[in-house]
Design a binder for this molecule. Structure first.
Ligand code: FAD
Ligand code: NAP
Length: 312
């Protein structure tokens, strides 16, 4: 049998949303406990340079997250390396069961478990991740000024990413596995009219090609799904935009979800339908998905939790 620990505020997740919620709730003297999960520091720990975090022209993603953790600790938050395997939100105090065997009970819970980009699952894609393969045009587009880029996907994200990348690239090829996009029509219109965009219908990418030293992408192998014919599409950047998977597994049967699994919150707040349960960051956000917006929502969640607790 493991221990049981009670806290006023339990924060689940250690990305920008979780750490910011920890800073604010610690400064509100709520003695928060933050559970880091399997990816301490969250998604930014798998990237290299971040150039859009205000105050830092350049910062390495993993370094930024270490600083956020240190900040939260310095303010008095307790950071624990553990993973929450189940969560009961049916009554207060809420109960979270951790992999270590510890049970956490909490008067308020801030969910900040983020989202993960979906990948194709190719070994070559894995090899070149961060070296020409990306899932975030806003983050990495700048590195491909004047170069050719390939984007894969057919939803709003792929179309948005392709259009955004035209700001940098000499040419953007959008590869889609069918002959029509699922993106909104207005977005499609913009896409088809853009002189830098080239559509490649009915194709899938079977391999990312590149150099070893330095590690870098030179193209992708594309296969026509109808004829099986293969061709190589040259590019310096390959952007995978086939959807994101929000980490809402813990609450999928307890809270309302939207847009394929994102936790729904009341407009303009981080309040979920269950009083005392708040959600912040990429877990709730299918549109912006940025470190700074996640941190902003982490702040909101801590303030919302503080108000909730002071009313009880
Ligand atoms: P995440 O960072 O996704 O963190 C989620 C946290 O939840 C993790 O710590 C995880 O361990 C934890 N967790 C999940 N499940 C559990 C559980 N059951 N129990 C306990 N903990 C759990 N954004 C920018 O603004 N600029 C960039 O340059 C940039 N570059 C990026 C590069 C890459 C390669 C990627 C993938 C993303 C990039 N982003 C960038 C997006 C940015 O990383 C995300 O918007 C941001 O990290 C989301 O923060 P978050 O706190 O919501 O969640
Ligand atoms: P999505 O709508 O689920 O689209 C994913 C796309 O990737 C689909 O076109 C799909 O092809 C393709 N795909 C999936 N797996 C693939 C694979 N293994 N190989 C090749 N292609 C694959 O995801 P999304 O575009 O990220 O959007 C998610 C949600 O966020 C949607 O609700 C969307 O409307 C919303 N969103 C909104 C905005 C906005 O409002 N501005 C912006 C971005 C996202 P098929 O079409 O063949 O299935």
């Amino acid at each position: 049998m493991g221990d049981t620990r009670h806290t006023k505020v339990l924060i689940i997740g250690s990305g920008p949303a979780g750490y910011t919620a920890a800073v604010y709730s610690a400064r509100a003297m709520l003695n928060p406990i933050l559970i880091q999960g399997l990816q301490p520091g969250g998604q930014l720990t798998i990237t290299t340079e971040v150039e859009n975090w205000p105050g830092d022209t350049h910062v390495m993603g993993p370094d930024l997250m270490v600083r956020m953790q240190e900040h939260a600790t310095a303010m008095g938050a307790e950071i624990i390396g553990d993973y929450i395997s189940s969560l009961d939100l049916s009554r207060r105090p809420f109960t979270a069961q951790a992999d270590s065997g510890t049970t956490y009970t909490a008067d308020a819970v801030i969910l900040a478990t983020g989202a993960q980009a979906r990948w194709l699952g190719l070994p070559s894609e894995e090899k070149f991740k961060g070296f020409g393969v990306s899932a975030c045009a806003t983050c990495d587009g700048f590195f491909y000024r004047g170069k050719e880029i390939v984007v894969i996907g057919g939803g709003n994200t792929a179309v948005e990413e392709a259009l955004f990348l035209t700001n940098f690239a000499s040419k953007v090829t959008l590869i889609h596995r069918r002959d029509s996009l699922r993106a909104e029509k207005i977005m499609q219109d913009r896409l088809f009219k853009h002189p830098k965009i080239h559509m490649m219908w009915n194709h899938e990418v079977t391999e990312v090609l590149g150099t070893e030293a330095p590690l870098g992408v030179t193209g992708v192998r594309a296969r026509n799904v109808q004829t099986g014919a293969e061709q190589i599409v040259p590019c310096a950047g390959f952007f995978v935009a086939i959807g994101h998977a929000p980490a809402s597994e813990l609450v999928k049967d307890q809270l309302a979800l939207h847009s394929g699994g994102y936790v729904a919150v009341e407009a303009g707040s981080t309040r979920t339908a269950i009083p005392g349960v708040f959600a912040a960051g990429d877990l709730t956000d299918h549109i912006y998905r940025q470190a700074v917006t996640s941190a902003g929502m982490g702040c909101q969640a801590a303030l919302d939790a503080e108000r909730f607790l002071s009313g009880h």
